[in-house]
Structures are given as C-alpha cells and as structure tokens.
Design a protein. Structure first.
Length: 284
C-alpha cells in the first residue's frame, strides 16, 4: 500500500469512495501530500479489516469528506461480511458499531464456555449463520468442525456485544484477550484510550508472559513525527485516567508494526517479538 499513490488517486481521479483498513487511513493522514489533496469529490467508503477506532472514522468523515463512511464486519469464511452500517444512520452508530446483520444472516453473541446466548450489553463470542457461511476448509474436516458447530454457526473468535437496538460492537479477539491476575483485559479498550494522547499516532497492545500475574500488557507505540515520549510518561498518562491494572507494564516505541500484505497487523508476531525484545523468560 502506498499512501502517496492513494492520495494522488483521490486528487487526480476524483474518486467518490475509498475502502481500506485503519493503518491505510493513518498512513494517508500522516503523509505530507494529505494537506494538498482535494477531497471534495469523496462521499463514502468502508473502514474495516481490523480494529477501527471511532475517532479515526470520525476524522475520515470530516477531513476526507467521507460523510457516508461505514464499517463492515465479518471474515473470509463469511464471504466476507456478516454485519454492516447504513449510510443513513447517524454518525455515532456508524463509527461506534459495526452495524446490523445482512439480510438472510443470523447473528448472536454467546458465552464461549457454555454456548448459551447472552443478553444485550454482555460481551461474548460473535457467531453467525446463513447463506454466506463457507461450506468448510478444503480437505480440512477437523478445522471445519472447530470453526462451524453442528447447528451451522460459524464461531468468529471475536469478542462482541449487541446493543438494545440490534447493533453490534466488536471489542477484541478471544485470543488477544489478556488475563492478568484473573482480570480480563481487552487490548482494544486500552488502545483506544492511548490514541487520545496527542503524541500518539498509533498503538497496539499485546499480552506477554509474567511470572507473578500470568500475563502483562505490552504496548507498541508509534509517535507522531517530531514527538518524544518515554515509558514513565505513558504510564503517568494512563494512571491519571484508567484503572491501574489496565496500564501496560511495558511500552515499546517503534516506527512500524509487523503487517501482512493486506495491511493487517500481525499480533502473534508482535507477542513473539515483544518477548524477545524485553528479554522475558518463557520457561521453554
């Protein structure tokens, strides 16, 4: 992905729609050409494929003229969408939720331990069933059985809750959830808090092993150009506003995150790299 080429396309081709993952939008916002790009023809687009901070979507709506921006939620196994926002909804619904189910698609939130459906407002695993769900992984019956249960529900592995008006909010991944001393910590919540720091351009939080608590939080931070900060400053910022057990123990200041070709951040690589960079003994 090239932010320079993308901005040139917006400016020269007068496109009306832009779809991308959050890291692509961040790269464009921080490119020198952003300020001189003509966004007057822009109208809509989709931000999806990863955690989409509400403030980032609002910024796209305001600064890129994407007033009809929405989010789509799903996975490749769901062809690839299950829910989507609607352009005629208010901006809060469009940036703070991933919308409501597509026609013909059933969605619900379940307790990942018991499989019981949870009431609105409670977080659990998002599952979906419908015409869009894959038949299975090619020649991989065991993997298929793990992903799709006997009743045809595709288990996403995502932590989600449903609002009383039928919209879904994704709060993280079951595998990404950090259990620190018995407390469940959700990286997305911590990430969105630290994005309110004016020095922070982007942040990702992963769990790393800890002898005392089982796991601790490690934040990877990319600062805005020209800004400086250290671990003590970041901890002080967190201690002033969020519960102390949610403040990451470690902060790594980096220039980029490991990503795949589609621009998705590879948190499993970040976990392994964090352990190595911090010199944490894993007992292996």
């Amino acid at each position: 992905f090239s932010p320079k080429s993308s901005l040139a396309c917006v400016n020269d081709e007068h496109i009306t729609c832009f779809n991308g993952v959050p890291t692509m939008f961040i790269a464009m916002f921080n490119h020198p050409d952003f300020a001189k790009t003509d966004f007057s023809y822009m109208r809509t687009g989709i931000m999806a494929g990863a955690n989409c901070p509400a403030d980032l979507m609002r910024r796209a709506a305001e600064e890129m003229n994407m007033r009809e921006i929405i989010s789509v939620y799903g996975q490749t196994e769901a062809s690839p969408g299950c829910t989507m926002g609607e352009v005629n909804e208010d901006i809060d619904h469009r940036v703070e939720t991933v919308g409501s189910p597509f026609p013909g698609v059933e969605c619900k939130v379940i307790d990942p331990e018991t499989g019981e459906e949870l009431p609105d407002g409670e977080s659990g695993e998002f599952v979906a069933r419908g015409f869009n769900i894959m038949k299975g992984y090619y020649k991989m019956p065991e993997a298929t059985a793990q992903a799709i249960d006997a009743d045809g529900w595709l288990h996403s592995g995502d932590i989600c809750c449903r609002t009383p008006d039928g919209y879904y909010k994704v709060t993280g991944r079951l595998k990404d959830m950090i259990i620190r001393g018995g407390e469940n910590l959700y990286p997305r919540e911590i990430e969105e808090f630290y994005l309110t720091n004016p020095k922070v351009r982007d942040v990702q939080v992963v769990g790393v092993p800890d002898e005392r608590y089982g796991e601790e939080c490690c934040a990877w931070v990319i600062l805005h150009k020209g800004e400086t900060a250290d671990e003590a400053e970041m901890k002080e910022y967190g201690n002033a506003s969020i519960a102390r057990h949610k403040v990451p123990r470690y902060f790594l200041f980096v220039s980029e995150f490991p990503m795949n070709a589609a621009g998705k951040i590879l948190k499993y690589k970040m976990r392994d790299m964090s352990v190595e960079m911090l010199g944490i003994k894993t007992g292996k």
